[in-house]
Design a binder for this molecule. Structure first.
Ligand code: LLP
Length: 415
């Protein structure tokens, strides 16, 4: 029997019996361990570790990270409000968004930190809050992500102020007498550690351009291996040279710059699994494939369809099976794009996974689904309800932290 990331097969079965499938399960022990290691990120003059709450925004998760001393990165006004409702204080939230949200003035007055992500945002902020402090998100000119769709730096990415537009930024900050207190960059998710380090150095060059900057936020993007053959970022390895660069800056300029980082994936990815049940097994003949059709799909887990992302799929047969077989794993949505096992690097093509012979009713666990799965699902497609979320507490007890959505809730705003 294959082992699961943080549960025993018996625990997985117990959770299925209690809450049904599909259901997301998050492991408190893994969350705490990831936060602990993040808080040990190398730094020279102080560290603020934020949780990029877009990765998984359930209040129970936010509360755990809050208790452990993490701060928060929000990417919309709604995320800020959601964090407030989870009891997170405004001072702990930093907003880097693709728009200045309606109601921004009251968010800022409550005490959130704001990073302007475009020249237009600097202009709008200046109109609202002349003379105030502001952070600036830059596109440092290079990016890295596991796919083009998750690369957020370089000329093909729209995120942040292009690094060559310093004159334009300066004229705006002068016009509105804004003090730039933080430089922010985030080059992508699943970044190559080498590129991440180079971007850190480019970001420090930007810090040199703004004498009043006290902190540099290097974003998130630490690559996490979800599949057994994928490597994870060694934080100490990427962090030590960056720490050395902060020290060099101090030696050159006398400025002690505070470091911020704000990952989502690193904290959540392998701390979550999606429990599903095999709903059907179909095949397309001798020259075709055998398909394992789950009671879940892109409405719970979009990453394979969107990025060709690879997730471990572990079948837990109801009874011992002597044989193994090769299956393409698919979701229950009515379209071919609902493919859970695309070919690595060629997401248009199907890949098979070898596993015990499957039967309808078997439990099937999709791992590495703590980050950007529940929060980024194609929710309500085919009118499937949002699935429940369960926290496997440190003492091994599963606690429901979000109920399954009902059909009434899906249609409640239709008029
Ligand atoms: N900071 C900013 C400003 C961001 O835009 C993001 C992610 C993060 C931090 C956290 O990045 P992380 O450490 O999670 O890589 N949905 C994709 C990832 C795209 C997230 C976009 N921004 C995925 O499923 O991998």
């Amino acid at each position: 029997m294959e082992t699961l990331n943080f549960m025993t097969p018996e625990q997985a079965e117990e959770i299925r019996n209690l809450f049904g499938t599909p259901v997301y399960v998050y492991d408190e022990r893994s969350l705490r361990a990831a936060a602990d290691s993040l808080l040990r990120f190398p730094h020279a003059y102080g560290l603020t570790a934020r949780y990029a709450m877009k990765a998984c925004s359930n209040a129970a998760i936010l509360k755990i990270f809050d208790e452990l001393g993490l701060l928060f990165d929000a990417s919309s006004g709604f995320e800020c409000e959601r964090a407030f409702r989870a009891g997170i204080e405004a001072e702990k939230i930093s907003l880097s968004s693709q728009e200045i949200p309606p109601g921004f003035a009251s968010l800022f007055e409550k005490g959130i930190h704001f990073n302007a992500c475009s020249l237009w945002q600097v202009e709008q902020f200046g109109e609202l809050f002349p003379g105030c402090e502001i952070g600036l998100r830059f596109n440092p000119g290079l990016g890295s992500g596991s796919t083009n769709r998750t690369n957020t730096g370089g000329p093909a990415a729209s995120f942040g102020i292009w690094h060559e537009q310093l004159d334009k930024v300066r004229s705006l900050t002068e016009k509105y007498e804004l003090t730039v207190n933080l430089i922010h960059t985030h080059i992508g998710s699943g970044s190559d550690p080498q590129v991440w380090q180079r971007a850190a150095n480019l970001s420090l060059d930007l810090v040199r351009q703004f004498p009043k900057v006290q902190a540099l936020n290097l974003g998130g993007g630490f690559k996490v291996g979800r599949m057994p053959d994928e490597a994870s970022t060694d934080l100490s390895e990427v962090g030590q040279p960056v720490k050395a660069a902060f020290i060099r800056l101090f030696e050159e300029t006398g400025r002690k710059i505070h470091l911020e980082i704000e990952p989502g994936t690193y904290l959540m990815a392998n701390a979550g699994s999606l429990l599903t049940t095999v709903g059907d097994v179909v095949d397309t003949g001798q020259k075709g494939y055998k398909f394992l059709k789950l009671d879940s799909g892109m409405n719970d887990l979009l990453r394979p369809s969107l990025y060709g992302a690879q997730h471990p799929v572990i079948l837990i047969p109801g009874r011992k099976r002597a044989c193994r077989d090769n299956y393409v794993v698919v979701g229950h949505c009515c379209e071919s794009g609902d493919l859970i096992t695309p070919q690595p690097g060629q997401p248009e093509l199907l890949a098979v996974r070898e596993m015990p012979e499957a039967a309808v009713g078997d439990l099937c666990v999709i791992e590495g689904t703590g980050a950007y799965c529940s929060s980024m699902a194609a929710s309500n497609y085919n009118s499937f309800p949002q699935s429940p979320e369960v926290l496997l507490m440190e003492n091994g007890t599963p606690r429901l932290i979000r109920k399954r959505q009902t059909l009434e809730q899906i249609i409640q705003n239709e008029v």
